[in-house]
Design a protein around this ligand. Structure first.
Ligand code: PMP
Ligand code: GLN
Length: 383
């Protein structure tokens, strides 16, 4: 009897680069500045709150939309940060992470043949999310090396089939952030259209140099056509929790929840109980940007003695660097070679492009302990 076969829905997709590089780093004992996760402990008080919630018996299914008290606290946070009123009953859904929120939103909206504008380099899940839903990615390269959006190109690439624009600020992998000018351009592009925005804001608090996070939540006209996706993992140094949330208009959220209820249905209860208390303290999230900026600056300082040319990072966990003074190898070959020969794992930026555009740039994750950054820089100086 032959083994049943299936037709792949994602024939071109392999294993994500994050898994590949982290596995290589573990195997070789390399310093891992590849995959984006902190290597320092999360907040002890938050751990205690989860422990307490479990002991108090919050171990059964939470509400399908997410724990009500958590949604209420989030609505308060949004009003405080962005001056926007969001109804916790109809506009917020807790999800198992930001990636899931994005996938669910894409699945909620797309019909086969719909076009989706995606800016490259982009987080690796976006293009497969669109393709698995029968959508057509319309890929626009951000202008190198500032990684800015070319709005003239956006206007040229809009067609009657354009259903969605995917945005990510602060941006992975480049650390670029949207400016007020970008928002004005976006407004003019989507005005009077049927275009939905997916706004990936998982790094909302990780923004530097006094810049303002241009959340869709600040702009009622944009918000009403957006699914805005967040991640507690990024905010509270617990990426392994895989907990996040999505915000939208009541009409759009109603459809999102139809997809969500037959997939994950509801998320980890004790973490939601803990977060509904912990989130009341503004300090933990208000201090994040400064803490991460210090890490960025420390890493840039350490990298001065290397031959890498650091690019600008205004937010996120990441900073990119050009290595063309060192080698003309393909970035993926270079990343693997330096992991093997010099013991530092990094991510080649070409993997964030469908056509593997290679500007000889690699991505470093600086959300690490000082010792880790020092150990990496010491090795990178030898290249
Ligand atoms: N979007 C971007 C740009 C990210 O870097 C990440 C982090 N991996 C996510 C979404 C997903 O976050 P989560 O781990 O909560 O799914
Ligand atoms: N967001 C993280 C990164 O860009 C990794 C997430 C993942 O491994 N899927 O490194």
């Amino acid at each position: 009897m032959s083994i049943p076969s299936i037709t792949s829905k994602l024939p071109q997709v392999g294993t994500t680069i994050f898994t590949v590089m982290s596995s290589l780093a573990t195997e070789l004992g390399a310093v891992n500045l590849g995959q984006g996760f902190p290597d320092f402990p999360m907040n002890e008080e938050l751990i205690k709150l989860v422990d307490k919630a479990m002991r108090q018996g919050f171990n059964q299914y939470a509400h399908m939309h997410g724990l009500q008290s958590l949604r209420e606290v989030l609505a308060g946070k949004i009003a405080f940060l962005y001056g926007t009123s969001v109804d916790p009953a109809t506009q917020i859904t807790i999800t198992p992470g930001g990636t899931y929120a994005i996938y669910t939103a894409v699945t909620t909206v797309l019909q086969p043949g719909d076009e989706v504008i995606i800016f490259q380099p982009c987080y690796d899940s976006y293009i497969p999310n669109v393709e698995i839903n029968g959508g057509i990615p319309v890929l626009i390269n951000l202008k190198f090396p500032e990684y800015k959006i070319d709005w003239n190109e956006v206007k040229q690439r809009i067609t009657p089939k354009t259903r969605m624009i995917m945005l990510n600020s602060p941006h992975n992998p480049t650390g670029a952030v949207l400016s007020e000018e970008d928002i004005q351009q976006l407004r003019s592009v989507v005005k009077d259209s049927n275009i939905i925005i997916i706004s990936d804001e998982v790094y909302e608090h990780l923004i530097f140099d006094g810049l303002l996070h241009q959340s869709m939540l600040r702009y009622p006209d944009l918000m009403e056509r957006s699914f805005i996706c967040f991640s507690f993992g990024k905010t509270y140094h617990c990426t392994g929790w895989k907990l996040g949330y999505c915000i939208s208009s009541p009409e759009l959220m109603k459809e999102f929840r139809k997809v969500h209820q037959f997939n994950c249905f509801s998320c980890h209860s004790p973490s939601q109980v803990a977060l509904s208390t912990f989130l009341k303290s503004k300090e933990a999230y208000l201090s994040l940007g400064a803490m991460m900026q210090e890490k960025r600056d420390y890493f840039i300082g350490l990298m001065r003695d290397t031959r890498f040319e650091m690019l600008k990072s205004s937010g996120s966990y990441f900073i990119c660097a050009k290595y063309d003074r060192i080698s003309d190898e393909k970035d993926s070959d270079f990343a693997i070679r330096i992991t093997k020969e010099f013991g530092v794992a990094v991510i080649p930026v070409s993997v964030f492009y469908k056509n593997e555009t290679d500007n000889k740039v690699i991505r470093f994750c600086f959300c690490k302990k000082k010792e880790t950054l020092e150990a990496a820089a010491e090795k990178l100086r030898l290249i």
